[in-house]
Write a protein that binds this ligand. Structure first.
Ligand SMILES: *[C@@H]1O[C@H](CO)[C@@H](O)[C@H](O)[C@H]1NC(C)=O
Length: 191
């Protein structure tokens, strides 16, 4: 009984203290330049300075999809590649402009919601390109590089729904999946 109360308290203590993280490295110009050059290592550097952990935005979304999209870029056509480039530029630009990297302490939850908001903003500001690029092979490759759990994330659904509204004709979530019979993406799932 006592030990389970202790365990539960320890659990909550760990949980709540995990939200605020002190900077573990100095502000690193190499890292900032990664951000300026849309280099995915920027996200890793960020995580080294503020180790929120693999379940938080920086690794689970920022780094993972930056890396996957850049590795898979050759599978997309020119418009798809342009979209990937514009999105990754937009994301690191906004992360840099937010200036959180230079803080001494960071709340991982704040960083998470900032990341989610930035993704939404970047898709919306590139909606025109998204609408041009997101069909056929590009759509299937894009879909293929997302983990199925992540596709069910509410923020992803919100972002995809709102960007789809910007297209004419409007794209629904169901239009954003590959046709069941034919996946046009050649991407080998060795990511
Ligand atoms: C800055 O980051 C780069 C890349 O991660 C690393 O190689 C370098 O040692 C870091 N510099 C300092 C002063 O920590």
């Amino acid at each position: 009984m006592i030990s389970s109360v202790l365990l539960i308290s320890l659990y909550f203590l760990r949980f709540s203290s995990a939200h605020v993280v002190h900077a573990k490295t100095t502000i690193n110009e190499t890292c900032i330049n990664y951000g300026r050059n849309y280099d995915c290592r920027f996200y890793q550097c960020y995580e080294e300075r503020f180790p929120c952990g693999p379940s938080y935005w920086m690794l689970k979304w920022g780094y993972k999809y930056c890396d996957r999209m850049q590795r898979a870029a050759f599978n997309f056509d020119k418009t798809g590649q342009e979209l990937i480039k514009k999105l990754s530029q937009c994301l690191t630009n906004k992360l840099l402009r937010h200036g959180l990297y230079k803080f001494h302490d960071i709340n991982c939850e704040v960083l998470r919601s900032t990341g989610q908001r930035i993704v939404q903003e970047c898709y919306m500001s590139n909606a025109k390109l998204f609408c041009q690029a997101y069909h056929g092979r590009n759509r299937d490759c894009f879909f293929q590089l997302t983990d199925s759990d992540d596709r069910h994330d509410l923020n992803v659904i919100r972002t995809m729904t709102s960007v789809g509204q910007k297209c004419s004709p409007k794209k629904k979530l169901s239009d954003m999946k590959p046709n069941k019979k034919m996946n046009q993406c050649l991407l080998t799932p060795t990511l």
